[in-house]
Design a protein around this ligand. Sequence first.
Ligand code: PHB
Length: 389
Amino acid sequence: MKTLLNLRALLIALGMCALSVQAQEAFKIGLILPMTGQQATTGKQIEAAARLFMAQNGDKVAGRKIELIIKDDGGIPDAAKRIAQELVVNDKVGVLGGFGLTPLALATAPIATQSKTPMVVMAAATSIITEASPYIVRTSFTLAQCSVAMGDWAPKNGIKRVVTLVSDYGPGIDAERFFKERFLLNSGQVIESLRVPLRNPDFAPFLQKVRDLKPDALFVFVPSGAGAAVMKQFLERGMDKAGIKLIGTGDMTDDDQLNDMGDGSLGVVTSHHYSAMHPSAVNKKFVEAFKKANHGMRPNFMAVGGYDGMRVIYEALKNTKGGQGGGDALLAAMKGQIFESPRGQIFIDAQTRDIVQNIYLRRVEKKDGELYNVEFDVIKEVKDPGKTK
Ligand code: PHB
């Protein structure tokens, strides 16, 4: 009897030990980002934003230490998937985040599903992504959200004949489709739809074709990082002087590059969910702190996706007392979150796990000697129009 009691005491002590180890164990967040290659600016912006968020909000939530692990996928889908597997199995991360390109998010989705790990998509923006796993939550945007707004604005502003030019993969195809559908409804005409390769694009032959077609405007989607090349070649060909307007989603007039695009970009109108010039106190504070922490670098829309993604994770950790209940409890606590982001009010739709947010119309203007996307109109609380169910 005595030995049995001793054994019981020992087991209880062991159990308590295990519990306290668990309480002290850090909660790990694994961000998979393109830190090298064509999309490296996206990785750089999101990493900076995640680190800023932690510097401002501490590295402890509900008494539990938070550890951020950042891994470079180089923009290669197989690498993103392999890294996700390692992060889940070896590092035992509680949340996956990042995803700088649609193919990277789609390649990783099955790992999130199999391991029941919430996966916060902070950058990629094809509508279908949230349907690839019930564990995906998105804090970026969708191209469908932005493109519809331009399909409404352009025809009301004298633009009737348009050529579209998009990167030939998920978000480009969404941008082309949703712009066109809305533009046609508004009696616009798309006279040609051009698609350029994602990798090492050469815009010259496409732009030559656009020049020959002489539309009222060229509608462009290229992913963050590629906008400056389009702008440069558009201006070099004198297309603006030939009377062709440049319009598109704000990925083209990306805050990361805009200031180097030169005065030729003045007047370009785009639709998007974030501008570093967004006039709110929350944004002013964010931009100032981001610049201060990053040698003056201006945050772009990728940074905001990362910053808000970290907030969604922190809030979910708070509401689950440091992640108790595992992936399913965290996921449940991410759904339905609502808060003021530097871009304005945002909402994670509990049903779709996708972001609902304002879409702004913006014009490139000079403010205090720098080029900015200055917002002049807003469509409030836009849900992703691209959901299939
Ligand atoms: C994407 O691959 O989903 C993507 C990347 C960069 C963007 C927009 C979408 O600017």
